[in-house]
Design a protein around this ligand. Structure first.
Ligand code: BTN
Length: 248
């Protein structure tokens, strides 16, 4: 473990099970908002809806401890603000366009380059968040082949190998862009850009709910970051915790 001289309090690790786990332990022990855990590799990286997140060397895996003054039900705003921040940071570092697949995936060249997982711990007395851990994983360079199950759907920020500075610059760019939006979270300034970067708006998608597969057209994203769809002429709204949506 090493510390660095960034203006953020960043703790670096070579390998951890999950940076979200390390950050959670630190948060429980009282670590301050803005403490950041970064690792080169995770042995049990996890994604949304209980999925695994591929976390071999060649990626940036980081978790930020947050102590937001918001109700738990609004935690999706953190994910949406982070998606905008990560998209901007990826564009600042590489020369590719970054788009957002609702709610937490960043795409480049039609493939996933990054995923975001925000995990909150709720105070049962007031339903507010005691703290939240914002986890971000980015495929930076191809140090080894992706496993077959994600080979066709995942990509890296760079085609060639890169030096250590790229990881530092990317981390700083994410933190700078994220905290700008996070400080103004209730104003939802990120939403306009979130919608502009959305790859789903205007597309036909499928999603599964209560065992049924639905087909619908995405017509927008509301102010609570819910997906608005039109299904057989009816308007349907989906919250982030409920479903995963596939492009048709
Ligand atoms: C997803 O694609 O569903 C979200 C992936 C989030 C991965 C990041 S990597 C850093 C942090 N630690 C984890 O175990 N997960 C998040």
């Amino acid at each position: 473990m090493t510390e660095n001289n960034s203006k953020f309090n960043i703790i670096y690790y070579e390998s951890v099970d999950s940076t979200n786990n390390i950050a959670k332990t630190l948060a429980k022990d009282g670590a301050k908002e803005g403490t950041v855990v970064v690792a080169k590799r995770q042995t049990a990286g996890r994604g949304r809806l209980g999925r695994q997140f591929y976390s071999e060397e060649g990626g940036l895996y980081l978790s930020i401890i947050l102590r937001p003054q918001i109700l738990a039900e609004n935690a999706v705003q953190i994910t949406a603000a982070a998606a905008v921040a990560v998209a901007r940071a990826c564009e600042e570092i590489s020369d590719k366009k970054a788009l957002i697949k609702w709610v937490n995936d960043i795409y480049m060249d039609n493939k996933k380059v990054s995923g975001i997982l925000c995990e909150g711990v709720i105070n049962p007395e007031n339903k507010a968040l005691s703290y939240a851990i914002l986890g971000i994983g980015i495929n930076v360079e191809k140090k080894s082949d992706f496993p077959p199950e994600i080979r066709d759907i995942a990509t890296t920020l760079f085609e060639d190998t890169v030096d250590e500075d790229i990881y530092k610059n990317l981390t700083e760019a994410i933190l700078k862009n994220f905290f700008k939006e996070y400080r103004a979270l209730t104003h939802k300034t990120y939403l306009k850009e979130y919608r502009k970067r959305s790859i789903l708006i205007g597309k036909e998608v499928t999603f599964e709910q209560n065992g049924d597969v639905h087909t619908a057209e995405v017509i927008g994203i509301d102010d609570a970051a819910r997906l608005i769809l039109s299904e057989n002429g009816n308007t349907v709204k989906l919250g982030a915790g409920e479903v995963s949506v596939k492009l048709k």
